[in-house]
Every structure is written in C-alpha cells, then in structure tokens.
Design a protein around this ligand. Structure first.
Ligand code: SF4
Length: 231
C-alpha cells in the first residue's frame, strides 16, 4: 500500500479535535481539488510501499489509541479494508476521512468523517487538463454513496466553506442525500491554509452556523502548526 506519511499529532478538525492520533495518509486520490493541501498525496502522489505489518509496527511506536485513515482518498487504496480490519483487531479507534465518493462497503470504522467537495474545489484549466476537470466534476458528489456513509452510526459531514454561494450548494446536497442528518453533524470549516485566511471567513461562517444549527469546525492544526507536512 502506497503510504505518503505516518505521523503522530492531534486531530485538528471535527468532533475529535484535540485528540492525540496517529495519521496514516494513503497516497492517491480520485479527485483534484484546486485548493488541495496535500498535493503530495493527490496531484502528485508520492510515498513508500508498506505492508500492513510495517504500518502496524510504525503506529505502535506512538502512545495513541486513535488512528485516522486519511489521504488522498483512503478508500481507493488497495488493501484499505484489510488495514482497517487489522486496526480493529488491535482495538484502535478508527476515523476514516473520505470525500464520500467510494462506497463504504462495510469497512471497519468508528467515525466516518465525510468531506464532500463543492464546486469551489473544481480545478481551473490553468491547473490541469480538461479531462481531469470533467472527471473531478462527475465524481466529486455522489448523493447515493453519501447516503450510505451518513447512515453509519457515527458520522460527520464536513464542508469547506469559501463564500456565500457555498451555503445553497451545501443545503441542496443535503436535500439530495435525502436522509435526516442532525444539523450538529454538519460541520462547516473555513477554507484557508493560514490564520489570516481562516480569520477572513470566520465571522460570516459563525453566523451561518448559529442560524442553521450547524457545527463550526475550526482547523486547529493550521493555527498550531501552519500548513506543514506531518502535522
Ligand atoms: S479529495 Fe482531498 S486529497 Fe483529494 S484532491 Fe481533494 S482535498 Fe486533495
């Protein structure tokens, strides 16, 4: 399995914010978000081929019970189900961070952290060729697959918010999913990979969350460490 990085840090987003966790970042993604903050695991996937035994050995070096399977898109990584089974057998708490474009297919998981990509993610022709733009657009939201992910016992829907038009898109997608979702399980986080950008969108986003009952989602790792690899 191509692994971009394995590191020990705190969870910076979502309901487990602040929890010490080992992050296993698989390399490779079926999307090409224009603002992707891990291009080394998506646009230009790099990493090391590790066996499940190698991965278990690396994470055992850290005093954490929480594991985050992230990417890239971890659900396209060959062997991801076997890795999740091995983590479950070792009694780890497993969070899967996914864009929700690949079926869950019963993967072992304790928290599904689903981050559907809005149209603000679509790359520009200056960034990538037309074929990839078409592929990104046709893949980025799959209400049928999202319906299955949000029906999981513990799930959170996390959206990157970059401006007012995103709200309509978020609410349309939630309607298309067609399953009751508690507003407190809908998380909105500001787009931005530095404190200044986060601050610019924060006030507007707070108001939207208060009006709709959505959860404001900070990006604590950006505030603590900046946009740096391994955090
Ligand atoms: S889905 Fe995630 S990893 Fe893939 S391109 Fe988008 S932001 Fe990057």
């Amino acid at each position: 399995m191509l692994i971009s990085e394995i590191f020990y840090s705190i969870q910076g987003e979502g309901r487990l914010t602040g929890v010490p966790s080992v992050f296993i970042r698989t390399s490779g993604c079926n999307l090409r978000c224009k603002w992707c903050d891990t291009p080394y695991a998506s646009w230009k996937p790099e990493g090391e081929n590790l066996s499940i035994a190698d991965i278990l050995s690396k994470i055992a070096a850290h005093p954490a019970r929480h594991i985050v399977l992230t990417g890239g898109e971890p659900m396209i990584a060959p062997g991801i189900h076997e890795l999740a089974d091995a983590l479950r057998a070792t009694n780890y708490h497993i969070t899967i961070e996914t864009a929700g474009t690949i079926p869950r297919a019963g993967i072992a998981c304790d928290l599904a952290s689903i981050s559907p990509k809005l149209s603000n993610s679509t790359p520009s022709p200056e960034q990538i060729d037309a074929a990839w733009i078409t592929r990104h657009e046709s893949t980025r939201t799959r209400p049928d697959i999202l319906r299955d992910w949000v029906s999981f016992d513990a799930s959170q829907l996390k959206f990157v918010y970059s401006g007012p038009r995103d709200l309509d898109e978020i609410q349309k997608l939630i309607s298309d999913i067609g399953t009751p979702i508690a507003p407190s399980d809908i998380l909105l986080m500001p787009e931005g990979i530095n404190e200044k950008a986060l601050a610019e969108r924060q006030k507007e986003l707070l108001e939207i969350c208060l009006v709709n009952g959505y959860r404001f989602c900070d990006r604590l790792h950006i505030r603590l460490f900046g946009n740096s690899k391994g955090t």
